[in-house]
Design a protein around this ligand. Structure first.
Ligand SMILES: C[S@@+](CC[C@H](N)C(=O)[O-])C[C@H]1O[C@@H](n2cnc3c(N)ncnc32)[C@H](O)[C@@H]1O
Length: 405
């Protein structure tokens, strides 16, 4: 490829050509500062320069007529940067998403093409276009953290991977997102009651489908690595020699408190938060959690999978010396239309919130006192001190304002 010119337009074109893997020569008496590192002939254009080039980009603003005429004589495609209406060829505006490339030209109006390209790129990025392959290709697995439940909290990368998926292997707490027709959806949710898939079977189905040449998305709740056995699934794919990608998601450990109006840290209140699985109760021989140490560490404790182990957990924290007046919040169905929050104290939590409605995140710490309920945020916001006393105690169990849907 030959680029004639050394200014900003030429630099931009050279960069695009290099990104596409082209070999680029430049002819220009001088080049702008920061011009890409390519061979430059520092002189004015000569007709013979176009010989042997596949494509010539005339970007000099000075000799473009001469360049176009030389190209015409030697039957070489030429793109004129100075005047699209007189250019024999055009450079399209391009949008890329993984292995898909969309080129846009728009009636010789480059700005219009760029505006359209940007809209296409955004829709591609956000999974709004049908990216599924119709011909067989290499299989792959993407572990996607789907966030806490609200489909709006799925990442852009996650959406794009779903738009190109042949198979979606879904967890029970993963967001319910619409999928294109023809996608195989495999529900592997581990429900506390009812049948569930073993971890081994989940790994096997990921490997089997990808080995058949299909693009598999493993859609998990929250983040793929927060109490989610994601690393075992990655390891299974690596062992099988399959390409595997991991996309982080918003964990319920953070989305739970935040969606209930509780900051996990607040200036002047705490400088740490600890996320703990209460899947195994204190005292269980298989538990590696040091509840005494957690009672002493202070800051905010975020408990996942507490369920009906909450009374035992509160008792362990009290036995370890945590203040009985420490506020506790239980956030159920965080970010979903049924979201609700109850607020109590460590001393009262065992009795009052003994039956935690799953799924729930439990927040223990002074930050609960900083809570501002979502519908109190805005011009009429109530000061935290006025909100907290009302929200403490059994009567505090009420649906949150949640997000407008
Ligand atoms: C097996 S763990 C998986 C956690 C997930 N990987 C994450 O990062 O959020 C499941 C626990 O996450 C919490 N959880 C998940 N989604 C939730 C939601 N929408 N509201 C409240 N808690 C949730 C509950 O404590 C539930 O028992």
């Amino acid at each position: 490829m030959l680029v004639v010119g050394g200014g900003a337009v030429a630099a931009r074109r050279v960069r695009s050509l290099l990104a596409a893997g082209a070999a680029v020569d430049v002819v220009s008496p001088e080049v702008a500062e920061g011009f890409p590192e390519v061979p430059v002939q520092r002189r004015t254009f000569r007709d013979g320069d176009v010989d042997g080039a596949w494509l010539v980009l005339a970007c000099s603003g000075v000799v473009d007529d001469a360049v176009a005429a030389a190209c015409e004589r030697s039957r070489t495609w030429c793109v004129r940067a100075d005047d699209a209406t007189r250019s024999p060829a055009w450079v399209p505006a391009v949008a890329r998403a993984d292995d898909v490339l969309v080129s846009v030209t728009a009636g010789r109006d480059p700005r219009r093409a760029v505006a359209l390209r940007d809209a296409v790129a955004l829709t591609l990025d956000t999974g709004g276009l049908p990216l599924r392959r119709t011909r067989p290709g290499p299989g792959s697995v993407a572990l996607v953290g789907g966030g806490p439940g609200d489909p709006d909290l799925l990442t852009v990368r996650g959406r794009r991977l779903l738009a190109g998926a042949d198979v979606v292997v879904r967890d029970r707490l993963a967001p319910q997102v619409p999928l294109p027709d023809g996608v195989e959806v495999i529900e592997v949710g581990k429900s506390p009651s009812g049948p569930s898939w073993s971890q081994r079977d989940i790994e096997q189905v990921l490997v089997d489908r990808a080995a058949q040449g299909r693009r598999v998305v493993r859609l998990k709740g929250g983040d793929v690595h927060v109490f989610a056995r994601g690393i075992e699934e990655v390891a299974a794919c690596v062992r099988a020699g399959l390409p595997v990608e991991v996309v982080p998601g918003i964990s319920s450990a953070l989305a739970g408190p935040t969606s209930a109006g509780i900051p996990v840290t607040a200036r002047g209140v705490n400088q740490s938060f600890t996320v703990v699985s209460a899947h195994l109760p204190p005292g269980d021989p298989a538990s590696t959690v040091d509840w005494d140490a957690l009672a002493r560490v202070g800051g905010t404790l975020v408990l996942l999978m507490a369920g009906d182990r909450l009374p035992a957990v509160c008792a362990a924290l009290l036995a370890g010396g945590r203040d009985p007046a420490t506020p506790v919040a239980v956030v159920s169905d965080a970010t979903l239309p049924a979201q609700s929050t109850s607020v109590t104290t460590l001393a009262g939590a065992g009795a009052e919130v003994g039956q935690v409605r799953a799924p729930a995140v439990v927040v223990v710490g002074e930050v609960v006192g900083e809570r501002i309920v979502p519908d109190a945020v805005g011009p009429d916001a109530v000061a935290p001190a006025a909100v907290v006393p009302d929200a403490v105690g059994p009567a505090a169990v009420a649906p949150d304002a949640g997000r407008p849907r």
